[in-house]
Write a protein that binds this ligand. Structure first.
Ligand SMILES: C[S@@+](CC[C@H](N)C(=O)[O-])C[C@H]1O[C@@H](n2cnc3c(N)ncnc32)[C@H](O)[C@@H]1O
Length: 244
């Protein structure tokens, strides 16, 4: 009897927290990417899927920034409003932005270059693998997550960035006493984040707006639609019984 040749196993399609959008860019974005990527984007080894970070040695941030300073990571920095504003206001702090969308990275590069910021670098890849593989444990003084993609439908909740496993990863990468600052306009996201962080070594220390955070189009849209903005700041709870 004739047999069909065995098919190679299909690679497992990992759930990601973002939508792969059109690679289209404006001509300004294309030129910012071309002119500034080499200066401000940290090259990383991707795995077989574009924007996913392969296992590799951690980055040496003292070498990358040519100095030792507190390091703040922003996940999903969008068009770079928050990271570039804060980098300008706090020249003594280093900033690391993670973003997967090329047009957003390009816009952030445009702002970094216009302000000649030396204390910002970008990683153009998935922050989950990026934090796991590139950032040494206890290297971050703060992690910012402003308006993460909400994935409001229940069947899409597995795509949300904030989860109990992600809270564990952040606890590992933050310095003792380090902070997470989260803003979201989705009540169910805020509730899920509170559950994830409270059970995973974090204590809630503020529910007020972080003053450095500029209003972006995502927040403006939420306000125009009448939605409440939830600002949550958590600190790694050094006394938590699970803290190693
Ligand atoms: C709704 S936008 C918010 C952008 C910005 N923080 C703001 O407040 O305007 C969410 C951003 O997170 C990015 N993003 C989602 N998941 C990500 C991940 N795993 N790693 C890096 N960026 C991610 C998306 O590409 C998108 O730009």
């Amino acid at each position: 009897m004739e047999t069909t040749p065995a098919q190679p196993p299909r690679p497992h399609r990992q759930v990601v927290t973002y939508v792969r959008r059109s690679p289209r860019m404006t001509s300004s974005q294309a030129s910012w990417l071309q002119d500034y990527a080499a200066r401000w984007i940290v090259p990383v080894i991707e795995d077989s899927r574009i924007t996913s970070v392969a296992a590799q040695p951690c980055l040496d941030f003292a070498t990358i920034f040519a100095r030792s300073a507190p390091l703040i990571a922003e996940i999903g920095c969008g068009h770079g409003e928050a990271i570039t504003t804060s980098a300008r206001l706090h020249p003594q702090t280093n900033f690391l932005g993670f973003e997967v969308f090329d047009a957003s990275i390009a816009s952030t590069l445009g702002k970094i270059a216009a302000n000649e910021l030396t204390n910002v670098r970008l990683i153009a890849a998935d922050a989950i693998g990026g934090l796991a593989h590139l950032v040494p444990d206890q290297a971050l003084s703060e992690v910012w997550i402003f308006f993460p993609d909400p994935w409001p439908k229940k069947r899409h909740h597995k795509r949300r960035l904030v989860s109990p496993a992600f809270a564990d990863l952040l606890a590992q990468k933050l310095t003792p006493g380090g902070l997470i600052r989260l803003a979201t306009d989705w009540e169910s996201y805020a509730t899920a984040a509170e559950a994830a962080f409270a059970d995973h070594r974090f204590e809630l220390v503020a529910q007020t707006r972080f003053t450095d955070r500029p209003i972006t189009k995502f927040e403006a849209r939420a306000i125009a639609a009448g939605r409440t903005i939830y600002d949550l700041t958590y600190r790694v709870d050094c006394n938590h019984e699970n803290t190693p």
